[in-house]
Write a protein that binds this ligand. Structure first.
Ligand code: ATP
Length: 238
């Protein structure tokens, strides 16, 4: 597997995703480069989670092509996709509540590539997790659980990180702490695809963004190149 300057880390080309006969994603083209932060914004039901499911091999039916590091991954099993270097931080965190913080983190370490990012990096970034490493994850606050979920994904040393609504239901200060990780992730050359309903947050952190409406990309570009009004028009389909 190799990427060149001409080929992005992730390339979604002409992709449609179906639930039965319903086309939830409709001929979408999206790319993410190494070390690039790309946001997908869109209202409820726009198709954001469906798109992430398709990338990670969890969609029922996908048409078009999704390639990662130059190889097509459509039709591959999730396990193989994860093994190739894509990690999802799922909406709702999905930790094992009865396992300790450290045991949850170790799950990421075990499924991933053993590389640069180790436990010390996670402890340095989130010192409170080190203090609580022997506590059951289910007893942590929502924000601390999200740190574990993010830490677990990073310990797999992904080349591409997919983040599904990581700020949902969390206090702004905690969200700041989570997003403070982004420059470090970028510096390591990891590509990040962020799905957020919080438009401000999402655009503030992104190099590029795509706006989805009813399964179609209605606007794409660099956050600095568009006005808030233009984004809102496309977000709501006005
Ligand atoms: P939210 O922000 O509410 O999670 P979303 O942008 O992630 O929304 P999706 O959950 O991807 O949107 O849903 C896209 C469309 O697909 C919606 O019309 C939704 O009703 C439909 N959909 C999602 N999951 C299923 C399913 N399992 N079966 C049938 N239709 C589904």
């Amino acid at each position: 597997m190799s990427t060149t300057a001409a080929s992005p880390l992730l390339a979604i080309e002409g992709v449609s995703v179906f639930y039965g006969n319903f086309r939830a994603i409709d001929h979408v083209d999206i790319t993410v480069g190494a070390g690039e932060i790309v946001s997908i914004i869109g209202a409820n039901g726009a198709g954001k989670s469906t798109l992430l499911k398709a990338i990670i091999g969890q969609a029922e039916r996908v048409e078009g092509d999704i390639s990662f590091a130059g190889d097509s991954i459509v039709g591959r099993r999730t396990e193989a996709i994860v093994h190739s270097g894509i990690m999802l931080v799922p909406e709702g965190r999905r930790l094992f509540a009865s396992l300790t913080v450290e045991e949850n983190l170790r799950l990421g370490w075990q499924v991933g590539r053993k590389a640069e990012i180790g436990f010390d990096d996670i402890w340095r970034q989130f010192p409170m997790l080190k203090d609580k490493r022997r506590q059951k994850a289910g007893l942590l606050s929502g924000g601390q659980q999200q740190m574990v979920a993010l830490g677990r994904a990073l310990l797999a040393n992904p080349r591409l990180l997919l983040c599904d609504e990581i700020s949902l239901g969390l206090a702004p200060l905690v969200v700041n702490e989570l997003y403070a990780l982004v420059p470090d992730i970028k510096r390591r050359g990891i590509g990040v695809l962020i799905v957020e309903q919080d438009i401000e947050r999402s655009l503030a952190v992104a190099d590029r963004f795509y706006c989805l409406l009813e399964g179609r990309v209605t606007l794409a570009g660099r956050p600095g190149d568009v006005t808030r009004d233009l984004v809102m028009q496309h977000y709501f389909g006005l």
